[in-house]
Write a protein that binds this ligand. Structure first.
Ligand SMILES: *Cc1c(COP(=O)(O)O)cnc(C)c1O
Length: 447
């Protein structure tokens, strides 16, 4: 290979001088923790995704756990999560003491097997947590149809659950900020959604995340005698949306009934602690990053799309399956360039990873399924029960795809990957893995 060695990191944060300036302004503004910039970012996010409100927190994990707290999910309840995801989707169920139920993937798709999902539902199921893997919005039409169909099994344990009236859908949108499906943005599709703004994600606040929700009764007043989280006092004339927002502030800030800003008012020192709760608020320094990233985000999404199209074309002759990121009435956020090396074992795929590393190209694997991890083995899960997730894992490699890459970097990844994979291939047979049925083979590009 004649190309000069380059160093291509997997997912460096795309930070410009604009972010640096805004962080500097935040630092010198005299207000560095949760304050005006965080509130501004919340407003921008709800406008962007199309919800009444959003809550900025310090991670997607905090947001997903917050959803369970707000719903009053805990011991005795079951939460269903795909086996093929990152630990955070599942670990939050353990934090609230609920029972984790893992579901296998579809054959050749990163989405849950929806027949198995339906079978996994019991009278104790409270929440299903689909994952928008790689930034592609999952098939929520199917998930909504299933929870409707299983409505008769649902046993609400408080008035919020009763108003929803069926199993609640809480989406792991860690990858899908900016993605859409059937004209709706991720964040306003599932009942509750959690975004991640961690440093490796498309849109970052270093650490950070946001929770959104969309409830048809969100504008209705909560009755003062509502049977809902008895330790939280109800407020006269407060809507469900307002109450959920207030609750998330309480849960994220020690259960303190005044935030730091309110306490800075002269003479207003006194506050109460309503519950012994959590600490997971976003700071204004983080929000400063988010405000600038938001300005740049449309361009960043376009750039991802252009890179993906270029890579898809370049790889069409290889014996690989590619994740399909865009369709007629949907668009992913282009978060992960996942590739499956058809017919290869994990060892052979790891060899490709090593050869890429020798060329200075960082790759990753999304994911080693949860039942293969010690923590989940200890909970009694066995990968033998998740054959499709295991099949997805054995030949998966994720190539670098980030908005710090130049055109030359993209070409360099393409040329090296083509060379390395063709040298280990005899068969040319590629496929694009599609949405809904993610790993659907598209004959047009099968060579
Ligand atoms: C990154 C990630 C998370 C966790 O996000 P944090 O903001 O780090 O808590 C959750 N789920 C998936 C699928 C992720 O990739």
């Amino acid at each position: 290979m004649s190309l000069k060695l380059r160093n291509i990191p997997f997912s460096p944060p795309d930070m410009s001088g604009l972010e640096a300036n805004e962080v500097r302004d935040a630092i010198l503004s005299g207000w560095i923790t949760t304050g005006p910039r965080t509130k501004e970012l919340e407003k921008i996010i709800s406008e962007y995704v199309g919800t009444e409100k959003s809550v900025c927190l310090n991670s997607a994990t905090a947001a997903m756990e917050m959803v369970l707290h707000i719903l009053g999910v805990g011991p005795g309840d079951e939460v269903i999560v795909p086996a093929y995801t990152y630990t955070a989707s599942a670990s939050v169920t353990q934090h609230v003491g609920a029972k984790l139920v893992l579901v296998d993937s579809q054959e050749d798709s990163v989405e849950m097997d929806y027949d198995l999902l339906a079978e996994a539902i019991t009278e104790r199921t409270k929440v299903i947590m689909p994952v928008d893997l790689g930034g592609i919005v999952a098939d929520y039409d199917k998930v909504y149809a299933i929870v409707e169909q299983k409505k008769h099994l649902f046993k609400p344990s408080n008035d919020l659950q009763k108003k929803i009236g069926r199993i609640i859908i809480s989406a792991d949108c860690a990858h899908s900020f900016g993605a859409s499906r059937h004209g709706k943005m991720a964040g306003s599709i599932a009942d509750f959604s959690s975004f991640s703004f961690h440093a490796v994600k498309n849109f970052t606040t270093a650490e950070g995340g946001a929770m959104t929700w969309i409830l048809p009764f969100g504008g209705e007043i909560v009755p003062l005698d509502a049977d809902y989280l008895p330790t939280v006092p109800k407020k006269e004339g407060e809507t469900w949306d307002e109450m959920l927002y207030r609750l998330s502030q309480l849960f994220s800030l020690h259960g303190q009934n005044k935030d730091a800003l309110a306490k800075t008012k002269l003479g207003a020192w006194e506050y109460d602690v309503i519950g012994p709760w959590y600490k997971c608020n976003m700071t204004d320094i983080m929000a400063a990053l988010g405000l600038v990233q938001f300005e740049r985000y449309p361009e960043m999404l376009d750039r991802r799309k252009a890179m993906i199209e270029k890579m898809d074309n370049a790889f069409s002759g290889l014996n690989v399956a590619l994740l399909k990121h865009y369709g007629a009435d949907w668009a992913g956020s282009g978060h992960l360039y996942m590739v499956r090396l058809l017919g290869k074992t994990r060892e052979e795929t790891n060899h490709v990873i090593e050869q890429m590393a020798e060329k200075g190209i960082a790759t990753n694997v999304h994911y080693k399924p949860l039942p293969m991890m010690t923590a989940y083995k200890s909970l009694g899960f066995d990968i033998k029960d998740f054959p499709n997730a295991h099949n997805l894992f054995v030949n998966e490699v994720t190539l670098p795809l980030n908005t710090c890459m130049s055109d030359e970097d993209v070409d360099y990844v393409i040329e090296n990957f083509c060379e390395i994979v063709s040298n280990s291939n005899t068969l040319a047979n590629s496929a694009i893995i599609g949405q809904g049925d993610h790993f659907q083979k598209v004959s047009a590009i099968i060579k």
